[in-house]
Design a protein around this ligand. Structure first.
Ligand code: PEP
Ligand code: MG
Length: 572
C-alpha cells in the first residue's frame, strides 16, 4: 500500500527506486544450542563465501576510487576469512559443543580480538579491528541480517537510514545510489551538503522512514519539496515530475558559459563552489564556478586513518590550486569536532560538542597538528592564488594567534628556501555571532570574510542545525540574521576587504536577491546551485535588490522577508 510522508528536501532531484535499508541495529548473538549441526556448518561455509565475494568487490571499487594501496586492506580482510585455523575452531565449537553458527564465530573472533587488542603494538591493535570488521560481516550473513556496504552497492537503490555519516556519504556511488532518505538531519547537515556535491537527491528529517519501509519496497523521493511516497500508486506521476525537473535543469544550461552579470550590468559578483576533496573541482568548473570559496579540508582528515602529513596535504591542496588554474581557492583549516569525528583521535567528552573543543580552538591548542597543515597550505600557494581561512573564530585574539602562527610558518619556509605564493590571503569564517557583531574590528586584520551561515544561524537562534525538532527556528530569512549579515559585509567594506559567504544560504534561490542588495561580493555554494544563482542575478538590477534589503531589514518575521522576495521575483 502506498504511504506518503514528508521531510526536508536536502538535495534536489527526483528519484524512484528499490529501498536499501541501512540497518544499524546491533547484532544480537542467539544463545540457543545448534539444532542441526550440519545445517549450522553449511551456513558458516556459505556465509564465508558471500563475505569473500563482498570483499573482492570492495577491493575492486576501492582500487578505482582510492588507489591500490588503500584497496589492499580488503585483501588483508579476505585472508582472515581464508585462515584455516580459524575455520577449524568454528567447526570444532559447533561439532563438539553444539554452538550455533553465530555464537561459534563470535566466540572465536572475540578470543583473537582480545588477544591482538591487548598487545602494545599498533599493528596488532589494527589486526584486532580488522578481525572485528570481517567477523561482524560474517555473523550478519549467518543471521541473515542486512550487510552494510555502501561502496559495494551495484544495483539502483535509494538508501533508507537513521542517519548517514559524512564518510558513509562519501562512499556512495551515484551510478547506483539514486537517492537517500533519513530519519534525522536537515539541509545543512553534512550528509546533505555532500549529497548536493554528488548530485544525489536526498530527503532528511523524516523521523519514521526506517519504520515505514521494509525490504523489497519501492520508494519515490522529491529532494526539493521533501515529499516521499513508499510503494507509490502512481509511478507515472513521479516519472513526469522527474522529467520536469530535468527540463528545468536543461533551461539553466545557457548560464554555464555566461558571465555573472546583473540586469544592469554589474559584473563584480563572483559565484564559487564548495568542495570536500580535490575530485570535486571538476563539478565546480563544469558548472561555471569562478573559484573555490570553501575547501572543507577536514575530509582529508576524516577519510584517513591518521592525521595526514604535510606532504599528503600538500599534494591534495596543490592539485586543487593547479586545477583551478589561476582562480582563487579558499581552503579552510581543519574544522573538526562537533559532528565531525576522527576514527584515530579521541576528543574529550563534552556536554555540547558544537560549543566545545573544535575547529580553531583545537588547532591553536595542537600547534603540532596545525603546523603540518599550514606549511602544506603555504607551499600549495606557490601554484596559484590561495586564501587560508580559519573556522569558528570568536575573538580578534584568536584570529591574530592563527594569522601570526601562519606568518611564522611562512618565514620558516622562506628561510628553508621553499617558495610561498605572492597572492596569499589570510581570512576567516564568520559563523559565530560575536564575530559578526565585531566585524569591523576583525576587518582591520583579516584579508577577507566568509560567512558560514550554517553555523551562524544555529548559534544566533540557539537551534541545533542537526535537530529536526527545532528546524522551525532555523531561519535564514529572519531579520536578525539579515542584520548580522549587514554588520559583517559593511564591516569588511569599511576596511576595503571583500565579504563572501560559504554557508548553504549563499546558494538558496530566495536568498540571492537579498545578498546582492546587502553587497555580498562572493557566493560559494554546492556546484549544482551555481547556474540557478547566475540566472537569478541576470534578472535583477542592483537598485531593486537594495530597495528589497531596505524593506527586509525593517521586517519583523522571516515570513514577511520571504514575501518581499517572492513579490519581487514573481514576474521575473
Ligand atoms: C557553515 O557553518 O556555514 C560552514 C560553511 O561550515 P560547515 O557547514 O562545514 O560547518
Ligand atoms: Mg561551520
Amino acid at each position: 500500500m502506498a504511504k506518503k510522508i514528508k521531510g526536508i528536501g536536502a538535495s534536489s532531484g527526483i528519484a524512484l527506486a528499490k529501498v536499501y535499508i541501512l540497518d544499524e541495529h546491533p547484532i544480537v548473538i542467539p544463545t540457543s544450542k545448534a539444532k542441526d549441526v550440519k545445517e549450522e556448518l553449511t551456513n558458516i561455509t556459505e556465509s564465508i563465501a558471500k563475505a569473500k565475494k563482498d570483499l573482492e568487490n570492495l577491493q575492486m571499487i576501492a582500487k578505482e576510487k582510492l588507489g591500490e594501496e588503500k584497496a589492499a586492506i580488503f585483501e588483508a580482510h579476505a585472508s582472515i576469512l581464508e585462515d584455516p585455523a580459524m575455520a577449524e575452531e568454528f567447526t570444532a565449537l559447533v561439532n563438539d559443543k553444539n554452538y550455533n553458527a553465530a555464537s561459534a564465530i563470535h566466540e572465536v573472533a572475540n578470543k583473537y580480538i582480545e588477544m591482538f587488542g591487548s598487545m602494545d603494538d599498533d599493528y596488532f591493535k589494527e589486526r584486532a579491528a580488522d578481525i572485528k570488521d570481517v567477523t561482524e560481516r560474517l555473523i550478519r550473513y549467518v543471521l541473515k541480517l542486512p550487510v552494510l556496504d555502501l561502496a559495494a552497492i551495484s544495483e539502483e537503490v535509494i538508501i533508507i537510514a537513521e542517519d548517514l555519516t559524512p564518510s558513509q556519504t562519501a562512499q556512495l556511488n551515484p551510478t547506483f545510489v539514486k537517492g537517500f532518505a533519513c530519519n534525522v538531519g536537515g539541509r545543512t547537515s553534512h550528509a546533505a551538503i555532500m549529497a548536493r556535491s554528488l548530485e544525489i537527491p536526498a530527503v532528511l528529517g523524516l523521523k519514521t522512514v526506517l519504520k515505514d519501509v521494509k525490504e523489497g519496497d519501492t520508494i519515490a523521493i522529491d529532494g526539493v519539496t521533501g515529499e516521499v511516497e513508499i510503494n507509490p500508486s502512481n509511478k507515472d506521476e513521479w516519472n513526469d515530475k522527474a522529467k520536469k525537473f530535468l527540463e528545468e535543469k536543461a533551461e539553466l544550461e545557457q548560464f554555464r558559459t555566461k558571465k555573472t552579470v546583473t540586469k544592469d550590468g554589474y559584473d563584480k559578483f563572483i559565484l564559487e563552489g564548495n568542495i570536500g576533496s580535490p575530485k570535486d573541482v571538476a563539478a565546480v568548473l563544469e558548472n561555471g564556478g569562478e573559484g573555490v570559496g570553501l575547501f572543507r579540508s577536514e575530509f582529508l582528515y576524516m577519510d584517513n586513518d591518521h592525521f595526514p602529513t604535510e606532504e599528503e596535504q600538500f599534494e591534495a591542496y596543490k592539485k586543487v590550486v593547479t586545477d583551478m588554474n589561476g582562480k582563487l581557492t579558499v581552503i579552510r583549516t581543519l574544522d573538526i569536532g562537533g559532528d565531525k569525528k576522527l576514527s584515530y583521535f579521541k576528543f574529550p567528552e563534552e556536554m555540547n560538542p558544537f560549543l566545545g573543543y573544535r575547529a580553531i580552538r583545537f588547532t591553536l591548542d595542537r600547534k603540532d597538528i596545525f603546523k603540518e597543515q599550514i606549511r602544506a597550505l603555504l607551499r600549495a600557494s606557490a601554484f596559484g592564488p590561495v586564501g587560508i581561512m580559519f573556522p569558528m573564530i570568536a575573538t580578534v585574539d584568536e584570529f591574530l594567534a592563527a594569522k601570526n602562527f601562519t606568518l611564522d610558518c611562512k618565514a620558516e619556509l622562506e628561510k628553508e628556501g621553499v617558495k610561498v605564493g605572492k597572492d596569499l590571503e589570510i581570512g576567516m569564517m564568520v559563523e559565530i555571532p560575536a564575530a559578526a557583531v565585531n566585524a569591523d574590528n576583525f576587518a582591520k586584520h583579516a584579508d577577507f570574510f566568509s560567512v558560514g551561515t550554517n553555523d551562524l544561524i544555529q548559534y544566533s537562534m540557539a537551534a541545533d542545525r542537526m535537530s529536526e525538532n527545532v528546524t522551525y527556528l532555523y531561519q535564514p530569512f529572519n531579520p536578525s540574521i539579515l542584520r548580522l549579515l549587514k554588520l559583517t559585509i559593511d564591516g569588511a567594506h569599511k576596511h576595503g576587504r571583500w565579504a563572501g559567504m560559504c554557508g548553504e544560504m549563499a546558494g538558496e534561490p530566495d536568498a540571492v536577491p537579498l545578498l546582492m542588495g546587502l553587497g555580498l561580493d562572493a557566493y560559494s555554494m554546492s556546484a549544482t546551485s551555481i547556474l540557478k544563482a547566475r540566472s537569478i542575478m541576470s534578472k535583477l538590477t542592483l537598485k531593486e535588490t537594495q530597495e528589497l534589503v531596505a524593506k527586509a531589514l525593517e521586517c519583523e518575521t522571516s515570513e514577511q522577508v520571504l514575501k518581499l522576495v517572492h513579490d519581487l521575483m514573481k514576474d521575473k
